[in-house]
Design a binder for this molecule. Sequence first.
Ligand SMILES: Cc1cc2nc3c(=O)[nH]c(=O)nc-3n(C[C@H](O)[C@H](O)[C@H](O)COP(=O)(O)OP(=O)(O)OC[C@H]3O[C@@H](n4cnc5c(N)ncnc54)[C@H](O)[C@@H]3O)c2cc1C
Length: 394
Amino acid sequence: MRARKPRSEKFEVCVVGGGATGWAAALVAAAAGRETAILAPPADFPLGRTAALFAGAVELLTSLGAMETLAQSAAPLKAMRLIDDTGRLLRAPEVIFWASEIGLEAFGYNIANRRLVETLSGLARDNPRITQFEEPAAELAFGEDEARLTTKSGAHLAADLVLGADGSRSLVRERAGIGMRRSRMAQAALVTTLSVAFDHRNISTEFHKANGPFTLVPMPGENVSLVWVERPVEATRLAELPEDDFVAAAERASHSLLGEMRLTAPRASYPLSVGLADRFAASRAILIGEAAHVFPPIGAQGLNLGLRDVEALQSLLVTHRGRLGQETAEEFHRLRQGDVRSRTLAVDLLNRSLLTGMLPVQALRAVALSAAGGFAPFRRFLMHQGLARSFREI
Ligand SMILES: Cc1cc2nc3c(=O)[nH]c(=O)nc-3n(C[C@H](O)[C@H](O)[C@H](O)COP(=O)(O)OP(=O)(O)OC[C@H]3O[C@@H](n4cnc5c(N)ncnc54)[C@H](O)[C@@H]3O)c2cc1C
């Protein structure tokens, strides 16, 4: 990666945003031989945040040369256990999905967000095709022949194609004239990490509670990351409890499944929302990651989907040898439609089925999970479905 020098320069690709999707996209563009800029102001990724990344995302990270480093601090996810802890009249039986049932050693890995971004940006630093500007994009306009960007300090850049990886409040999305249907959920996620007394056996456990899931995801050693979805007021209360009281509450909520717990990172609470951009590309702009789709952490789909955006970009850049521009953006939009829209619907339905007090919906959910528990082919179908790059792949 070149140090930022010029006040004005032309690039083939300019990535806006230095989260995991932004850095991955810069590496993919550079690997396809494109002169690439990335506008990535220093970001502080909280210690307790991790992401469960499945096979497709792991393959992409391997192809970028990141997995070798990441594997040392990631935990393989060998099984997913769902426990109905809603306390309702109609409850589903416990279901456990083992990766080995579909011939895999693990569904994927649980990786700390901070480590992921550090690893990807480290790889970009060694790449002579990537120039980093450590400041945000302040302005963006699309001309006939190129996109023009101005950084916060006033440097001017031009690019054939702009990749908006600038998160849920994306400037790129706004300047490209793309709307986003967004709604705030009546839920927040409390996130932290814990050390536990009993071996987690690399099983991720999701307790489905009346206000959202309480999930313990394996980390290396006797550690887990906790994502506790609750009503916002309750999430704030839990975040502010004295440490001992909080740990006692977490142990109670997990029915002491992993024994005694100890807090190992600060607690943070995130208000949850869902959002879907009206289009995933327009003019010379492509939207990836949360700039295009915002998910609650239910079913661990958000970053997996963001990295699939990057994968789609990778295949586009490999086949498209000429100058990049509006046509490339249109093709990206076409490629990503089915996967993103179907996942949005699936996650929304799953969350609603947990929250609803309606007996018929509870019954349907209980029947579906009973079938998954008792009927191996259906369970295998669901596992393939969860890992597939798109619903059409099944
Ligand atoms: C509690 C929780 C748990 C989750 N768990 C999982 C999980 O297990 N698995 C999973 O797949 N997903 C998970 N997700 C979702 C996942 O965290 C997100 O999908 C992912 O972090 C989004 O990455 P991103 O790169 O798109 O955006 P971000 O990480 O938001 O990065 C955007 C970057 O752009 C920068 N930026 C903003 N504006 C500008 C600008 N004008 N110029 C330049 N830069 C700019 C920001 O500073 C930021 O660094 C979880 C989410 C939550 C809330």
